[in-house]
Design a protein around this ligand. Structure first.
Ligand code: 13P
Ligand code: SF4
Length: 336
């Protein structure tokens, strides 16, 4: 076997990636990660990987890894010419808005998001006309056009803090598009949906369907279990768990605590990564796959980097990007 390939297999094995491979597969994975690494250097490309991606992408080729906030923040500082975004389209659009001179790609044409698709810029304009003077606080899981109509963007990592700041100056706010996250945040802040916060009807297809009764089933089976859920889950589910947050908050919670078991109520990639990062801890994944996130593979990243010219670049019209950037920069300012 080629020496570089043998070394790469060793590296991937040391990261624990062999455990998710059937016999012989680790060699194919290593051949791809080696090729992607070479192409990244040739094209001065950086790979951003959201934590819902598969571990072969995150650990095998990811340069910038994290939640939506960390990825947006980190990619502001990259010196790469090309950003390959292993995440969903709205994340790549945000990267493009923050890096207009760089080429940004998503290695899948199917990497949408049900939340992002739930609202249009025309819907936001209508909401603003119905509620004049209210600030529009918008979850990052939205299109660039929707961001351009917004006053401030938030992610799961900073939504509570930013909304709290907004309520210092306003009695009511518009929060779009996730109605579950909006209701969860309202509860955390002692606000009433409809009265203090105007919500939209968007939901995440992954998080909307978790059943709270199952949390109790797991609690009985694993005494001492701590249950964590993403803030996109419905309120009844959040009521049944011990901790609500974004993926970054959930990972930090796991890292800094020592429970006998962790129930992870979110997309399955999170649990896969947590198991590899903390092999000594016991994880139970009450998880669902995000079809959009999972449409990206090592093969699709390699195909893109072999021939970027044939791929569709992520583009945002400059006038839209300029307005959206004001709302994104407001987030960075208020989240700091
Ligand atoms: P995070 O920013 O918490 O990673 O969330 C992104 C997302 O799409 C969750 O479904
Ligand atoms: Fe969108 Fe839900 Fe997938 Fe996150 S998990 S990208 S919110 S569909």
């Amino acid at each position: 076997m080629d020496r570089a390939l043998a070394e790469e297999i060793k590296r991937l094995t040391s990261l624990g990636l062999h455990r998710r491979c059937v016999e012989g597969d680790i060699e194919k994975v290593a051949a791809l990660t080696l090729e992607i690494d070479r192409l990244k250097r040739e094209r001065n490309a950086v790979v951003c990987a959201h934590v819902y991606q598969t571990p072969d992408i995150i650990l095998g080729i990811g340069d910038l890894v994290g939640d939506s906030y960390k990825l947006a923040d980190d990619c502001r500082r990259t010196s790469a010419d090309v950003i390959v975004f292993c995440g969903v389209h709205f994340m790549a659009e945000t990267a493009k808005i923050l890096n207009p001179s760089k080429k940004v790609y998503v290695p899948s044409k199917r990497a949408g998001c049900s939340l992002s698709e739930a609202i249009t810029a025309a819907d936001v304009r209508k909401l603003k006309a119905e509620h004049p003077g209210l600030p529009v606080v918008t979850y990052i899981n939205t299109s660039a056009e929707v961001k351009a109509e917004s006053d401030c963007i938030v992610t799961s990592a900073n939504a509570e803090r930013i909304l709290r700041r907004m309520y210092e100056k306003h009695d009511r706010v518009i929060f779009i598009p996730d109605r579950f996250m909006g209701a969860n945040l309202a509860k955390a802040l002692g606000k009433t949906p409809g009265k203090d916060i105007v919500l939209w009807h968007g939901t995440c297809v992954v998080h909307e369907r978790f059943k709270p009764e199952l949390v109790d089933v797991y609690r009985k089976r694993y005494p001492g279990l701590v249950a964590l859920a993403h803030a996109e889950c419905p309120a009844e589910l959040i009521k049944a768990v011990d901790f609500m947050g974004g993926t970054g908050d959930m990972m930090r919670y796991v890292e800094s605590t020592d429970a006998s078991a962790y129930l992870l109520v979110t997309e399955c990639g999170f649990g896969e990564l947590a198991k590899l990062r903390f092999p000594e801890k016991n994880f139970i994944a009450m998880c669902r796959l995000c079809p959009y996130m999972k449409s990206i593979t090592l093969e699709s990243v390699a195909a893109l980097l072999r021939d970027p010219a044939s791929a569709e670049e992520v583009t945002v019209p400059p006038a839209v990007a300029a307005k959206a950037k004001v709302a994104i920069d407001r987030m960075f300012e208020l989240a700091a």
